[in-house]
Write a protein that binds this ligand. Sequence first.
Ligand SMILES: *Cc1c(COP(=O)(O)O)cnc(C)c1O
Length: 397
Amino acid sequence: MSLAHGRNYLAIPGPSVMPDRVLNAMHQAAPNIYEGELVDMVAGLIPDLRTVARTEGHVAIYIANGHGAWEAALSNVVAAGDKVLVLATGRFGHGWGEMARALGAEVEVMDFGNRSPIDLAQVDTRLRADRDGDIKAVMAVHVDTATSVLNDIAGVRATMDAAGHGALLMADCIASLGCDRFEMDAWGVDIMVTASQKGLMTPPGLGFVFFNDKAAAAQLDRVSNYWNWAKRAAPDYLYEYFNGTAPTHHLFGLRAALDLIAEEGGIEAVWARHDRLAQAIWAAFEVWGNAGPLELNVAEAAHRSRAVTAVRIGAPHGTALRQWVEHKAGVTLGIGLGMAEPEDPAWHGFFRVGHMGHVNAHMVLGVLGVIEAGLQALDVPHGDGALAAAARVIAEG
Ligand SMILES: *Cc1c(COP(=O)(O)O)cnc(C)c1O
């Protein structure tokens, strides 16, 4: 029997759950785009976006997904022939590097694998070897959504400073913003990219590039009008934010999402909630892993994201479990990404749980409960007491 009828929980690492407040805000007639409420509302988004990103810097908004934000950031500062250093800890780091290569950059990838964070000692050695300062930008993903590895972005900056290297530091916070602590200015990040559909709880379609004065000064002479961040960050008219028609209803949704963050008590409170919920999830998986094949992809808690959890369970259990919880219990889990090729049977041995954005204790306990039911139904061996362990974390509040 299927017990899936009721509200579905899309527990994948983006797009994330859309709050009713966001959906309702979008349900309205087309607004005047020349003057009036919308124009004032959009101007008010900018300081709130800066607050969430912990920066006094500039922000350019694009009608784009995360890949668009990647290209927007690169297009402003990386020219064909420029050298960039990519610090990869999963599929998304490699993807951003591939985009730089397609734009003509000379891309060097330091690959730290699928289960470990950036090794700062290796980065130090590499930067010190770059005596002529050929590396124009260091690109790092804060949380690689494929592996759920959390990287020490402040540490990357400290390593660059210690090596006396003047490259731009570019960070991808598409998965982490609004989930894991991120301090753009305090951590010395020059350019940060993010998107609307993860911690920002708004449908896919808005990409954001935050940049500081150093990055602004490094802007290329030649940038397409569409990707150029300068006018978008200092517009005189509404259309200049977007180089054309505003994404009106996405902006209504984003306004509601930023209000939710403020009403919760601000970004610190949002981080604290994500932390506690992630602790509950890790506690359950650690107990399940006491017997049988289940294993968190990232062994050390200090290197795990609070937005997404990547799990190794062995083929064919990953795919079987995802299908069971979706069809029997109304929860959609994320597929494994970048752990095996899709044609390889091993591909079926992974899954991910998204716990980013509009997620609370009952949703997390619900997702853990249906995973427990799925493990039982599918006869996947697992340790006993995982739900009690998770409940204890929640109870400690
Ligand atoms: C989701 C994600 C992307 C890609 O975003 P799209 O909106 O799918 O283009 C890039 N980087 C990270 C870290 C992500 O989580």
